[in-house]
Write a protein that binds this ligand. Sequence first.
Ligand code: MN
Length: 202
Amino acid sequence: MFEQIKLDYGFDALEPYIDTETMATHYGKHHAAYTANLNKFADQAGKTGESIEKILAEADKTKDIGLRTGLRNNGGGYYNHNLYFMEITPGGSKKPTGDLAKKIDDTFGSFSSLKEELTSLAMGQFGSGWAWLSKAQDGSLFTSKSDNQDNPISLQTGHTPIMCIDVWEHAYYLKYKNLRASYIEALWNVINWDIVGKLYEG
Ligand code: MN
C-alpha cells in the first residue's frame, strides 16, 4: 500500500507564500486521490509491493492501455507530490549548501542562474506539468520539464528528481489565479534546500 508522505508541518505553515486552502486541497484531495488511484491500479496490474520507481520506469510495458495510463498518471501524481510536499517544508536553508551548492555553481554558474532556468522551464510548460532538477548517477545535475504527471523516471531519462515545481493550476489558482509567475516567485521562499541537498547526496 502506498501512503502519502506525512507532513510534519500544518497546512498554514507556508503562509503567505502557499496559502492554507491550497495546501489543504492539494495535499488532502489531489494527492490523496492520486495515492488511492495508484493503489487501485497497482493492485489490478499485480504490482502491489513493487517500488514506485520501478512501477514508473516500467509503466510503458503494461499492455492494457487503461492500466498503463492509470499507472503512469497516478504513479506520477503520487511520486511527484511526495517530493513536492517534502521539499516545501518550512525552515531549513534558503539556498543550497555543501556539495549541492558547489555542483550548482559548477553546472549553472550560480544559484540565481539555476533559479532563472527552472523558473523559465516552469513558465514555459504549456498546460499542466512540472519543472525538475534531477541528478544522474555520476552526480551531474539536469533541469527539465514534463507534461501532466510525467517525471524523469517515467520518461526513462535515467535521472533521479531532487527538486520540482508543480505548475498544475491546482497548485496556485486559489491564491494566484492566472499569475503562475507570482506563484513560482513565492515558491522559492519555501524550498527547504537542506532536504534537496540530502536527496542530492542520497
Ligand atoms: Mn499538484
